[in-house]
Design a protein around this ligand. Sequence first.
Ligand code: DGJ
Length: 729
Amino acid sequence: MAIIINEETGLFQLITKNTEYQMKVDKYGSLKHLWYGEKTGYDMEYLLNFPDVGFSGNIYEAGDDRTYSLDTLPLEYSCEGGGDYRIPAVAVTHSDGSSALDLRYQSYRAIKGKYGINGLPSVYADESESDTLEIILKDTCSDIEITLKYGVIEKLDIITRCVSVTNNSADPVTITRAASLCLDIPHGDWEWIHFHGRHAMERQTERMPLNHGIQESSSTRGTSSHQQNPSVLLCSPDCTETSGSCIGATLMYSGSFQTKIQLDQLNQVRLVMGIHPDMFRWELKPSDTFDTPEVILSYSGCGMETLSHNFHRVIREHVCRGKYKLAERPVLINNWEATYFDFDEQKIIKIAEQAAELGVDLLVLDDGWFGKRDDDCSGLGDWFVNEEKLHGGLGKLAEKINAMGMKFGLWFEPEMVSENSNLYREHPEWAIKIPSRNPVKSRYQLVLDMTNQEVREYLFDTISKVLNSASISYVKWDMNRSICDWYTPCLSSANQGEMPHRYVLGLYELLERLTSAFPEILFEGCSGGGGRFDAGMLYYCPQIWCSDDTDAYERTKIQYGTSFFYPVSAVGSHVSAVPNHQTGRVTPIETRAVTAMAGSFGYELDLNTLSESEKQEVKEQIIRFKKYGPLIHNGSYYRLSNPMKDKFAVWEFVSENQKEVLVHSVIFHTEPNHTQYHIRLRGLLPEINYRLAENGNIYSGSALMNGGILLPESWGDYAPAEMHFIAEN
Ligand code: DGJ
């Protein structure tokens, strides 16, 4: 049983295979957080013992007990008022203008299965593998109720959390913040790892000790952003890939978010995560409920590798959906870096013919096939094929590509509009802008108001028409700017603060409609690469274009950071031309291939431009990817080096039965007279022997894990290597 409740003591325990989460109602009805970590099976309240801390006030009922303060206790869900000066998780403005809440325990409900959230993506699991606990807290003074929801997937060591705020009073209130997660950690030394970056350089890792005060990672861009990812790790200072304690949290949300971590006056840690409160106001009418997005949580007592495996499994098996959730993905060729906007039907056919000959499964026609779009200054919103470029339309083109034995896919940027477009000329009011102000343009484009039902209908109809007009098997859903100028005529002036969240709800509604209407189509997410790489988008699109940087060296770092939370199958990754279009760097084609194989593999160049021997290599790479695909996507992923600081990147895939192992590596720069680099494999069976396919040598699992193996000698820069081990017998 994953949920244990002791009604007498008020102790709630959420138990997973290797972890335990505890909270407890105290004599005043406050819900204290006691523990998240290893299984203890013991009430951890004994660790809480607070002195009278000056300037930390006491709730009225505590009388003269100066030791009971909400400012010092670890709380399950913090709020403004009540004398807790740390980060509040929730705040409302009542009808009298005051903004205090004082939340006390009311009741609980435990049920089999995992709760869902109206209009928002969430982890799903059936009744045999999941449990839900709901705890209701109520404000002492108003009829505001907070329901804390916990989903427990025992076998995966996963706990999810979200919150519902209900207004049972007769007057409306305004919610000014409603975090999905508040996690107080009363003891221990902690560091944090977050994932920062910029366009074409996403999810760089940064590990820092916690400073007293507040540290933050967030986005106010309307999307989860290139700059910060809605995922965070707290880890003990000694935490490595294979040892030490760590807690991971990822927010299943694609809009503005905030992660705040506070190291308080007593060296306690508070982690609060959810919709960015600066980008959020919500009017809650009488009897209404507001649901926050969900946070997925996991704890590992044996390092970050196990934590990542937990997240990979939950995202792959309980977040991603549809036909392609676990299926092998087609090897694709995308024409973006091959042609940019400069293409016609003949050029595309030529690229397709060569790709088909080399074994590619799917051709993706990227930006520029619609409206009047010869550069990025016009055409967005006009989702009608440009017959000047593509004579005979998409139907004909798709037929020809299908006749080559390949499937056909198409790029869209549904949320955007160019001022120079028929759509904008007909419906300028559909673009987000503040009346009387000039809107900010980015990549020359404006954003459509996704809170507007008419806009969503238009997009559903026009996109559906295109998808029905030809044999289309794949859609790339792009989004190429951050959002500002928040204003919508669909909301009253008092409620404009709801718009950023309503935008995300509108986006999710449209994605849900389209993915349900076209269940055979593989949807790939994209936002100028990985600017909206989050578990929310992965609920609709099982893969996301990881970065607009296709340079193999940079990709080792981007994909390293991405791998902490997101599974390899979710990572769109392509071999592109050299010199690389983002960095000018030249890397061997095999280096580009092994790097792209740590994802949903494809090509993004005109294969006709390759030499005969390179074409032969491409053919073999595709055969190899098809052979290794099930191991790469279904196996466990191991980070064997840290390319942010090591001189090489090495990563490993191990099959579920631990009998097949694939190691890929890139040595960044060859040094003269250098002894070979050495790495230790992980996740093997120690007692059995493995044969290295490349030379037939046999090693025991224990030797490979304890003694390790030398990386093959390198020559030149960015030297790739592959080692494929198969268990003997
Ligand atoms: C940004 C994407 O990340 C690229 O792959 C490409 O689709 C361009 N947009 C097209 O405008």
